[in-house]
Design a protein around this ligand. Structure first.
Ligand SMILES: [Zn+2]
Length: 137
């Protein structure tokens, strides 16, 4: 979906309004991650280090038939893995690209729901939404 791709692009470029940027602008009052509430929220943390995101990503990889030990201690390795995996024109790379965009969008949407509406969705709820977006059962 185009909106997923745009959010992924903004996340890669570090242009989303995440707390580390909001704090610099004087808009946010706390720095904690909206998903794990553990560490300062930044682009790197939200899209690759967050333990909540790692669990979601691991499940989505499993849905795609890939068993991978997603490590939150080396976020650059995960991003590198994704860029390597989505290269090419194979069905697998296409599905991984769609999955990655869907997950990044889900993370962004869930983070905003928590911050703006106070709605907290469970990991299982996010997985169900992701399954529907990716097209798997
Ligand atoms: Zn987090």
């Amino acid at each position: 979906m185009p909106k997923h791709t745009i959010i992924t692009w903004l996340a890669i470029m570090g242009r989303l309004s995440i707390k580390d940027r909001l704090l610099k602008w004087g808009v946010a009052t706390s720095a904690g991650c909206m998903l794990c509430e553990d560490i300062e929220e930044s682009h790197i943390h939200l899209f690759s280090e967050c333990c909540f995101v790692a669990r979601l990503w691991k499940e989505v990889l499993w849905l795609n038939g890939l068993v991978r030990d997603v490590t939150v201690s080396d976020p650059q390795a995960e991003v590198g893995y994704m860029f390597t995996s989505i290269k090419g024109k194979t069905l697998r790379s296409f599905v991984l690209c769609v999955s990655w965009n869907a997950i990044v969008y889900q993370i962004w949407e869930d983070r905003n729901r928590r911050q703006l509406r106070g709605e907290i969705r469970t990991l299982e709820t996010l997985l169900n939404v992701s399954r529907r977006l990716i097209g798997s059962k």
